[in-house]
Design a binder for this molecule. Structure first.
Ligand code: FAD
Length: 400
């Protein structure tokens, strides 16, 4: 079927408006409605509008674009990330080239310290961490590897997050750096969590204290929101912010839907809710040029209620007499941030995924629609791949 025929069919299948339409008066027809203006939705809106000359409506229930990467000036005039620190890093030249159409970059290499036993030490654990904590003089990678091997407590069958870390670095380092942090972050003991949660966290024998090893470690020069604004600045793209899809879904006509919200919500939670861990952010401003030596300090100690503190000026390079910080308090309820990595949750997700696969006029894209923790670059990659698929489908439809 042609695009226009599909449009007509779907318009026919939509119920009469139950709530007032977004556009008062005549119902407006779009080629694509996109739910969510984060990376997934915005990349697809930009591609479809600019490459297919398609009419796109992008909606978000928040009153801003950018999704979780949204940044803004706070009351003091300091650029902060509303939903916690977002550091861009990737090995993909293609993804950087794509985003570079909408932003210049500043180079930024992320470093994190952890407060342990009253000291600030590099995390991930490296040779410097060991030397400082245990007053050692390990001089080479081999020395550090030997030292860690001496501390490791081999676990035969590695199943949980606790097993992974104890097996690699022994119980003392596990308790210092991982147990409290993980319990706070997930509200669960590492022994109850899938091994994948801590398997991602490396231990290093060298002294390179950069948090990421990626080829590209960069931040959008004017911030993320400015980049999103440029991406969505196209005459074919209309926005409806502060608009929940559930309130307007019966009133909008579109040939195709891109859905980047929670997949269980799309299907009205018919198999139950997919569980998420959330965060409460406390933003504070301090009347000082600098508050802490690096952008992020982790607090693994369970007695401290927050998990980490971010000072944004390290990330953004902004010059300002004041400085702004975000304290992160893990929470059970709130915005869906981290899918909880337990096998039964994947089983539940698969049931929703099967429904999604049987819904051909909707593309489910992004972290909430695929119930996976993805970094920003991975979501951009997923959205660009989705566009290529839509592009091929359009070509095939044209040829038939
Ligand atoms: P989102 O950005 O969540 O966008 C989805 C949008 O859909 C939201 O704005 C939401 O309001 C909207 N929406 C949902 N349902 C509806 C509905 N029914 N109607 C209307 N709108 C709806 N990645 C990195 O690469 N580096 C980092 O340093 C990093 N730090 C992070 C820190 C935290 C605390 C968190 C939670 C994530 C971090 N990430 C980081 C991951 C990054 O946030 C995601 O990769 C990225 O935001 C995913 O984009 P998305 O478009 O899939 O989802």
């Amino acid at each position: 079927r042609t695009h226009a025929e599909m449009s007509a069919l779907i318009a026919l299948s939509l119920a009469p408006p139950a709530a007032p339409a977004i556009h008062t008066g005549r119902r407006k027809r779009y080629d694509h409605v996109i739910v969510g203006a984060g990376f997934a939705g915005s990349v697809l809106a930009e591609r479809l509008a600019s490459q297919h000359d398609a009419k796109v409506l992008i909606i978000d229930r928040r009153d801003h674009v950018g999704g979780n990467a949204y940044d803004r000036l706070d009351d003091a005039g300091v650029l902060i990330h509303q939903y916690g620190p977002h550091i861009f890093h990737t090995n993909s030249d293609e993804i950087v080239a794509y985003l570079s159409q909408f932003t210049k970059w500043r180079s930024y290499e992320h470093r994190v310290l952890a407060e342990v036993r009253g000291m600030l030490v590099p995390i991930p654990i490296n040779r410097t961490t060991l030397n400082r904590l245990f007053d050692l003089a390990l001089g080479s990678d081999e020395d550090a590897a030997r030292y860690l091997a001496g501390r490791s407590e081999p676990v035969d069958d590695i199943r949980t997050s606790e097993d992974v870390v104890v097996n690699a670095v022994g119980r003392e380092l596990y308790e210092m750096f991982f147990r409290g942090y993980t319990r706070k972050q997930w509200g669960m003991d590492p022994s109850e969590l899938d091994r994948a949660v801590t398997a991602r966290i490396p231990t290093r024998t060298g002294t390179d204290d950069r948090y990421f090893g990626d080829v590209h470690q960069i931040m959008p020069a004017d911030g993320y929101t400015a980049m999103f604004e440029r991406m969505l600045d196209h005459p074919n793209i209309e926005r409806a912010l502060g608009t929940d899809w559930r309130d307007v879904r019966d009133t909008v006509d579109a040939a195709h839907l891109v859905y980047t919200g929670p997949i269980d919500e799309y299907f009205d939670h018919r198999f139950g809710k997919l569980p998420y861990r959330s965060l409460r952010f406390e933003h504070r401003t301090v009347e000082a040029e600098q508050f802490q030596p690096v952008a992020v300090i982790n607090y693994p100690d369970e007695a401290v209620p927050y998990t980490r503190v971010t000072e944004y000026k390290h990330l953004t390079g902004q010059q300002h007499p004041a400085t702004s910080l975000t304290y992160e308090y893990p929470a059970a309820g709130g915005d869906p941030f981290y899918p909880i990595p337990r096998p039964e949750n994947q089983v539940l997700f698969k049931k929703y995924e099967a429904l999604a696969d049987a819904t051909p006029d909707v593309s489910f894209v992004g972290r909430l629609a695929t119930y996976r923790y993805y970094n920003m670059d991975q979501v951009v990659g997923q959205a660009l791949a989705t566009f290529r698929r839509l592009d091929r489908a359009r070509e095939e439809a044209r040829q038939n």
